[in-house]
Design a protein around this ligand. Structure first.
Ligand code: ZN
Length: 133
């Protein structure tokens, strides 16, 4: 069973524009109960991931889970299809019944604008530095 890449349905608060899950309650930021449906494309960043060797009944081992952050800090727990993603990697999240599923997203050059991997020049020891007196 392969879920379609259908993204994630969220709610967006009519008062403060916060996007949130679950979609059936008041805004977690301002408490307003005025909201509209919002469709997020489901491209998120893995915050953490784990592999369960002894998963709950009904799941096959290894059972991989990832905490994924979508834009505007919306976070959800997703079942991983494929290998275990590392923190910071991109995944595409889709709804599959009562579950969210995440699969690795190929990294395109456009997405590598975070500056990760670059060596910053700040903080380098400087031999000529003298502390203030
Ligand atoms: Zn709000």
């Amino acid at each position: 069973m392969t879920p379609e890449p259908n993204g994630v349905e969220l709610s967006v608060c009519s008062s403060c524009q916060t996007r949130y899950l679950p979609t059936d309650g008041p805004c977690p930021r301002c408490g307003s109960d005025q909201f509209s449906p919002y469709h997020d494309p489901g491209l998120g960043t893995v915050l953490s991931s784990t592999e369960l060797v002894h998963p709950a009944a009904g799941w096959e081992s290894p059972h991989r889970l990832a905490l994924v952050e979508l834009p505007q800090s919306v976070r959800l727990l997703a079942v991983v299809d494929g290998s275990l993603p590392s923190a910071g990697s991109l995944v595409a999240v889709s709804r599959d019944g009562e579950l969210y599923r995440a699969r690795p997203e190929p990294v395109s050059p456009k997405r590598s604008e975070r500056g990760e991997g670059e060596s910053p020049r700040v903080g380098r020891p400087d031999a000529s530095f003298e502390p203030p007196r």
